[in-house]
Design a protein around this ligand. Structure first.
Ligand SMILES: NC(=O)c1ccc[n+]([C@@H]2O[C@H](COP(=O)([O-])OP(=O)(O)OC[C@H]3O[C@@H](n4cnc5c(N)ncnc54)[C@H](OP(=O)(O)O)[C@@H]3O)[C@@H](O)[C@H]2O)c1
Length: 493
């Protein structure tokens, strides 16, 4: 049974509280938590933006956002009455030192409330926001600041943001979001690895041939093409989500779930990632960009058409990487990462491909002696599947067949799966940083990514076209084929 423990009274200030992230994710997540009784009386939510807006107008905006996001049975009038009384809008430009008096006075009315400042604005504003919060005297030892991704666009800019923020907040007060860490199934990875004695002896190079991590999206860049053009799949997905997944799969067992233990183990993995250099980049990475095709039976435009750009664009909408972790546990067990837009379906999964049996005692015509494979499905149909080789029943010679042992979380637990932001917001309010990234994690991840970007530039490595609705460019298949391996494409079931 889920347990709902209320958070201590808080004031949550969302800078960028009228923006897309706030309206689509943060405010609906907060509504759900309020509905489950997790907010104490008097807790308040302040939305800050430059645009002027009367209080009633802001309440109406949130009401519309909830109507768009929630199912009819998730909305109830009593919760809305309570929730809407918590909401306040303040007009303020976070980059200027003026105009903080109104927000400051409101916060100072409740000195005992925990103060959380959530920066849902452009990352280039994070430093100025932190500085102005300090100048306005709004930070105390119990205050927390939440930074949305992306934290910078490379190592240097990430470091500059972290330096600016950490000048006024202690590292223990900084919560860097990677919303993947709040996903139920990503949390389940810890349960799978560390609550089952079965896997740990096998979770290493001696038993695991290789690991695949796929994060596939069926959507294109749509009206975000302008933003995407400056970012690309490597920065948008690999630097944060995929490297976090890799760390959770590859890390040594931490002593406990304590945040310092966890992040120390993740940092060790990032330190052990073999740098990708101009000499290796063509062998171990693939860049792709989708052209027009069909996804789910529907004709869709290519990336350049969505971008509405006449000239060429070389931003990757697909990337595949063979990552090597130079440590005892994973020597010679590569981690193949792949992510892209306009792939055949939306699916995220982690595959541990085990090595073949050491020696076959079966005649050659016995059928499938395929190595075992553990598939951890993060979405959709969250669950775990283990391929087991069995004997087909019946008389005659031995006929082997690999069958899936299938555990579906959604069938076993037919509950509403809370959005990752619900968990993450509650963890911030409770002051538990285990699901957030330390600055060293972010900066080390950027250092590895910078090496790839510089090598691409050095070798003038261009994107390859792939047709929307396929699993990426042909070089992605070759990346594994060269090693005698192949991708497992997430199936529709
Ligand atoms: N949208 C998503 O799904 C998503 C997902 C992951 C991460 N993120 C990250 O979250 C952040 C916000 O993204 P978004 O999509 O919500 O952007 P957005 O829709 O453009 O919203 C930006 C918000 O910030 C406010 N703002 C901008 N400049 C400001 C200033 N100087 N002072 C005070 N408020 C200011 C805007 O209101 P005014 O213009 O009225 O000031 C608006 O409320 C970005 O860092 C983004 O990368 C977004």
């Amino acid at each position: 049974m889920a347990q709902f423990v209320p958070a201590d009274p808080f004031d949550l200030v969302i800078f960028g509280g009228t923006g897309d992230l706030s309206q689509r994710k943060l405010l609906p997540a907060l509504f759900h938590r309020d509905r489950d009784g997790q907010f104490s009386d008097g807790s308040r939510i302040f939305a800050v933006s430059r645009g002027g807006m009367a209080q009633e107008e802001f309440i109406g905006l949130v009401r519309q956002a909830l109507a768009r996001k929630l199912h009819a049975d998730e909305f109830d009038g009593a919760t809305w009455q309570r929730f809407s009384r918590r909401l306040f809008h303040y007009r303020l430009d976070v980059t200027t030192a003026d105009g903080w008096d109104g927000l400051g006075a409101a916060l100072k009315q409740e000195p005992d409330h925990i103060r959380v400042f959530y920066l849902a604005t452009l990352p280039s504003l994070y430093g100025a926001s932190a500085g102005n919060l300090a100048r306005a005297g709004l930070i105390d030892s119990r205050s927390r600041i939440v930074l949305e991704k992306p934290i910078g666009a490379d190592y240097a800019s990430a470091r500059a943001i972290n330096d600016d923020v950490c000048r006024v907040f202690h590292e223990s007060q900084v919560y860097r979001i990677d919303h993947y860490l709040g996903k139920e199934t990503v949390q389940n990875l810890a349960a799978l690895r560390f609550a089952n004695s079965l896997f740990e002896p096998l979770w290493r190079h001696a038993a695991v041939d290789h690991v695949q991590i796929t994060v596939a999206e069926d959507l294109g860049t749509g009206n975000r093409a302008g933003f995407y053009e400056r970012t690309g799949a490597l920065r948008d997905m690999v630097q944060n989500h995929m490297l976090q997944l890799l760390c959770l799969v590859a890390m040594e067992p931490p002593l406990s779930l304590d945040h310092e233990e966890l992040r120390n183990e993740k940092i060790k993995v990032l330190k052990a990632l073999r740098p990708i250099t101009p000499d290796t980049v063509k062998q171990v990475t693939v860049r792709g960009q989708y052209v027009a095709g069909a996804v789910g039976g529907e004709l869709v435009k290519g990336y350049r058409e969505e971008l509405e750009q006449d000239g060429p664009s070389d931003t990757e909408t697909f990337v595949a990487i063979k990552a090597e972790i130079d440590n005892w546990r994973w020597a010679d067990t590569p981690f193949y990462l792949r992510t892209g837009k306009r792939l055949p379906r939306k699916a995220s999964e982690i595959v541990l491909q085990f090595r073949p049996v050491a020696h076959s005692i079966f005649p050659e015509d016995s059928g499938d002696l395929v190595p075992n494979r553990l598939v951890i499905r993060l979405q959709p149909n969250e669950g775990v599947q283990l391929g087991i080789v069995t004997k087909e029943p019946g008389p005659g010679s031995f006929r082997l067949r690999s069958l899936p042992l299938n555990l579906s979380f959604t069938e076993t637990y037919p509950l509403r799966y809370p959005d990752a932001y619900e968990r993450l917001l509650m963890e911030v309010l409770r002051g538990n940083p285990a699901l957030f990234m330390h600055r060293e994690e972010v900066e080390r991840a950027w250092q590895w990514i910078d090496g790839i970007i510089e090598s691409w530039r050095d070798r003038r490595m261009k994107t390859q076209d792939y047709v929307a609705g396929t699993w990426g460019p042909t070089d992605s298949v070759r990346l594994l084929d060269r090693d005698g391996r192949e991708w497992r494409n997430p199936s529709e079931e």
